[in-house]
Ligand binder design. Structure first.
Ligand code: WT7
Length: 647
């Protein structure tokens, strides 16, 4: 079978920053002479003290090290703001679109954003925040979220943004893990017409956290919320009496910029740590080349700031490039499935970056919602978060983009900082469903079980054989976990956790996670995390969670639950457990299916055989494979016979 191919349109080949020849030449240079390549690319950033060393990295245990531009100094907020003032101070930095289409939005110029950030940075200082302190940001999608992040970067505080959809417990865990001293939140958030009780959640979370001495509260809905005397302060009051003059802190290239928690295959979410210099170069470069971005273009990344996509492609990459970004508070399909396209028309968006789950959900509503809008402004479309099925790709391309807009399917991870494998619109012929070719400086390889590198058109585990500037540097507070998670499966290489196929043309096709991580609507969840939430319930003895195919979400959550002796299993308990998980983690972790099981299939040594559970969840019961090593094979028959009706 030959894959469909969409050649680079002639005008893109002609006008794009990167065309096929430049891609080939630059890629070759980036892997053959990384020092020379990155020395030049790093000039896109304004350094306070120029670096002399470029790359000092090793993935091997004896001399493990990841350092880029190590002796250079810079400030990322001034790269995103101050340096644009002379040439484009009055240009728009942020176009803010409110959740409710009838609420007036906001347009913020670079000059205004600069002074908002400086003022808030001074407010943070006045509240006692110092360089190196951790600040937790738990805000809705409002400009203040970007202001808070940039203000931290300005004074050298390390931000940890927690998605507003996470529960008080999940928030508390993330505050405790990094010992935040200050939380920035809002009275309430608004999303898809619903109110999110952010301040209330913070209050609940802080019952368990002793490190936090201050909470800054922004007014979004103007609701009355309780304020704790001596701890809580309104955003505006925190800014009273401070000036908008805040010189940027001189940061080392390897000083931490932020922590972002993400799910792994075991235990608690880990605090992915990114540093300053390499991340700045990496996000700015990929944003320019992948989106072929030219200042003046209206660019909309429809992600939430609580995910890495929001960090790298709403805030740091685009603003470092002087971009005009759309920031949207709501969801793509509210009040109706036309909203996303109405926002495109209203703000004349040229570049739109969203996720396969949103595309599939909108496609299901029918073409009329799309077709009644113009979308003439659109030039380029992007997708991220999970593999996009060719069918949804085709709809995005033909219905949304009317066949005129290339699609960049960008493969990357929280850990990689920015895009690793992606087409560039002027350089890469597109194959629907393939993230295509590696970014400059990225050396992907496919390996077999033993870690041997496979050549040619094959499938294997996706590893990256050498460092790139925006790579995560550590797991906050646990460097050993960092090394063990990513560099021990295939010694000498960074293991992505993904399976992948490479075709005859050298295109990469990500096939999905091969560890115990599932991807629900582009949100990453560890099966272990959901299991520990379930077993924390008094009636649950044991739980095993696996992914199952889901039409809209990509993957759904299938939980097998064994209850304690004497506990009644019924619909009431099922509902109770669903609510329980939502409260423990957040709505994104809601199980789609709960199957009560008298026992789980285990090996004689007591290890749960997830392979079998995955097959049953997929409904693929004729291919259960070898069950002979099970302690009690009858357990499987029971599971097959009792699949719930909604599975
Ligand atoms: C995992 C990382 C990158 C920001 C959003 C998700 C999957 C991501 C793609 C893509 C196929 C993709 C991978 C990866 N993934 N983008 N274009 N094609 N798979 O970041 O939460 O860290 O999740 O998302 O499985 O490992 P994340």
């Amino acid at each position: 079978m030959t894959d469909e191919l969409y050649p680079v349109p002639a005008e893109w080949a002609e006008k794009a920053i990167i065309n096929a020849d430049r891609y080939a030449a630059k890629y070759r240079e980036s892997v053959e002479d990384p020092d020379g390549f990155w020395r030049r690319e790093a000039q896109r950033i304004d350094w306070i003290k120029p670096f002399t060393t470029v790359k000092d990295t090793s993935f091997h245990e004896d001399d493990f090290n990841i350092s880029w531009f190590g002796d250079g100094t810079l400030n990322l907020s001034s790269n995103c703001l101050d340096r644009h003032l002379a040439t484009r101070g009055s240009a728009t930095a942020i176009i803010w679109e409110a959740d409710d289409p009838n609420e007036r939005g906001m347009t913020i110029s670079y000059r205004e954003l600069h002074s908002m950030v400086c003022r808030f940075a001074n407010a943070l200082k006045a509240q006692g925040v110092k360089r190196g302190d951790r600040v937790t940001i738990y805000l809705p999608m409002v400009p203040e979220a970007a202001v808070a992040m940039l203000a931290c970067a300005r004074i050298g505080a390390i931000h940890s943004v927690v998605f507003g959809g996470f529960s008080p417990d999940a928030l508390a865990g993330r505050i405790k893990d990094c010992d935040s001293s200050l939380v920035i939140t809002a009275d309430e958030g608004l999303r898809g017409g619903r109110v999110v009780p952010l301040k209330h959640n913070v209050d609940e979370a802080l019952d368990q956290c002793t490190s936090v001495t201050r909470v800054i509260v922004m007014r979004r809905t103007d609701t009355d919320v309780p304020m704790t005397e001596g701890r809580d302060i309104w955003w505006l009051d925190a800014e009273a009496g401070v000036t908008a003059d805040c010189p940027p802190e001189e940061m080392g290239a390897e000083d931490p910029l932020f922590i972002l928690y993400t799910s792994g295959s075991t235990g608690q979410p880990k605090g992915v740590l990114h540093t300053t210099g390499g991340y700045a170069v990496w996000t700015s470069m990929t944003h320019e080349y992948v989106f072929d971005y030219r200042p003046g273009q209206i660019y909309w990344c429809a992600a939430d700031i609580g995910w890495v996509t929001g960090h790298s492609y709403i805030v740091y990459g685009p603003l470092a490039n002087g971009a005009t970004i759309v920031m949207y508070e709501g969801v793509p399909n509210w009040p109706d499935p036309s909203r996303i396209w109405q926002v495109v028309d209203k703000h004349q968006v040229e570049i739109l970056y969203t996720a396969p789950t949103a595309i599939r959900a909108l496609e299901r509503e029918g073409d009329e919602w799309v077709k009644k809008t113009s979308r003439k402004s659109l030039k380029l479309l992007g997708t991220v978060g999970e593999p996009i099925n060719p069918e949804a790709w085709g709809w995005y391309h033909s219905v949304v983009g009317e066949g005129r807009c290339p699609i960049v399917d960008t493969y990357w991870q929280t850990e990689t900082g920015a895009t690793m494998i992606s087409p560039m619109p002027g350089a890469t012929d597109l194959k629907p469903g393939s993230a295509s070719k590696p970014m400059f400086g990225v050396k992907p390889a496919l390996v077999d079980d033993k870690g041997h590198i496979l050549e040619g058109a094959v499938s294997g585990a996706l590893v990256i054989t050498d460092s790139w500037p925006g790579q995560m540097r550590s797991v906050w507070g646990d460097p050993a976990r960092f090394f063990n998670t990513y560099f021990t499966h295939y010694p000498g290489y960074y293991f992505t956790g993904d399976g992948c196929r490479r075709d005859e043309d050298g295109y990469y096709w990500i096939t999905g996670r091969i560890d115990d991580v599932i991807n629900v609507s582009g949100h990453r969840l560890g099966t272990a995390e959901i299991e520990s939430a379930l077993v924390a319930h008094e009636k649950v003895a044991e739980a095993a969670v696996v992914g199952m195919p889901h039409e809209i979400k990509g993957q759904g959550i299938y939980a097998y639950v064994t209850v304690n002796a004497g506990c009644q299993v019924d619909e009431k308990l099922r509902t109770e457990l669903i609510h329980w998980v939502r409260a423990e983690i957040g709505p994104i972790a809601t199980p789609d299916v709960i199957q009560f099981a008298p026992a789980l299939p285990k090996t004689r040594s007591g290890k749960i055989m997830r392979r079998i559970l995955r097959k049953i969840a997929e409904g693929d019961i004729s291919h259960l494979g070898d069950t002979s090593t099970l302690a009690d094979p009858a357990v499987v028959d029971d599971l097959v016979a009792n699949r719930p009706s909604n599975a």
